[in-house]
Ligand binder design. Structure first.
Ligand code: ADP
Ligand code: ADP
Length: 223
């Protein structure tokens, strides 16, 4: 079942066109790794899916055109974690970080916070200050604070940046398990080893276009 359908997407900043004719179909349950050089438009693609940019063409999430949805409605279907987890961290405990998101959306905690903390394997950190935990743990807190809204689609911008091997492995495992349990994931990365281990499909963006998409063999062997 298709969860995200992008057709002939053109998008940019002001007069500058960054994405030039993107076509992308994502099925429920996909775990896609997106590669590409700096400045290719990877982050711009994720921002456009979140309804943060003007575009022409079509972006449909769960059969709804993004430009007809409010940013708030989109956040309930699709979660976006940008490159810098510190952008998100503003509270004094990990628990409050997730509570803050729910409060912002006027949602009561029916136990979803504890479930999300456990899903991300950070439940035991719930009373800790997010400033006092490791970078890998903080990345998982940032993801948790988005996932607490239970989006079907999760967009991650270089989540392994700055993480050591062990922290990456822990992150990869929780993402894989979220994916197995029904969250569709699109992940931007420069980390071929990480993506090879955890992603099922691979795409390459070059100069605002998807130049290749498919299995690891189809995509990575040619580069
Ligand atoms: P990537 O994520 O592949 O590194 P980006 O999507 O971040 O690439 O950026 C693509 C291009 O868009 C770059 O040339 C970048 O400078 C430009 N860009 C990104 N964000 C903005 C912005 N807010 N305003 C203007 N230009 C931007
Ligand atoms: P990313 O690859 O995630 O976009 P960057 O380091 O390229 O990260 O950009 C950091 C921030 O600056 C982003 O919010 C991006 O939108 C913005 N930005 C990037 N390039 C430009 C630009 N040329 N003009 C204005 N803002 C930009």
């Amino acid at each position: 079942k298709c969860i995200l359908s992008i057709k002939n997407l053109y998008c940019g900043y002001g007069n500058e066109e960054i994405l030039r004719g993107i076509n992308l179909l994502v099925n429920e349950g996909d775990f896609i790794g997106i590669f590409g050089p700096n400045g290719a438009g990877k982050s711009t693609l994720l921002k456009s899916i979140m309804g943060l940019l003007k575009y022409s063409g079509s972006i449909r999430i769960m059969d709804k055109e993004v430009k007809n949805l409010g940013v708030r409605d989109i956040a309930l279907i699709s979660g976006y974690v940008s490159q810098n987890p510190n952008d998100y961290i503003s509270k004094d405990t990990v628990y409050d970080e997730l509570k803050f998101t729910l409060d912002n959306y006027g949602i009561k905690d029916d136990g979803v916070i504890d479930i999300t903390l456990k899903d991300l394997n950070i439940y035991e950190l719930r009373h800790k200050n997010p400033r006092d935990i490791s970078g890998g743990e903080r990345q998982r807190v940032a993801i948790a604070s988005i996932l607490v809204l239970r989006p079907k689609l999760l967009l991650l911008d270089e989540p392994t940046r700055g993480l050591d091997f062990e922290a990456k492995r822990k992150l990869g495992r929780v993402l894989k398990s979220l994916n197995k349990n029904g969250t569709t994931i699109i992940l931007i990365t420069h980390d071929v080893d990480f993506a090879s281990e955890f992603c099922d499909r691979f795409g390459i963006i070059f100069n605002g276009e998807i130049v290749s998409i498919g299995t690891r063999e189809e995509v990575l062997s040619e580069s």
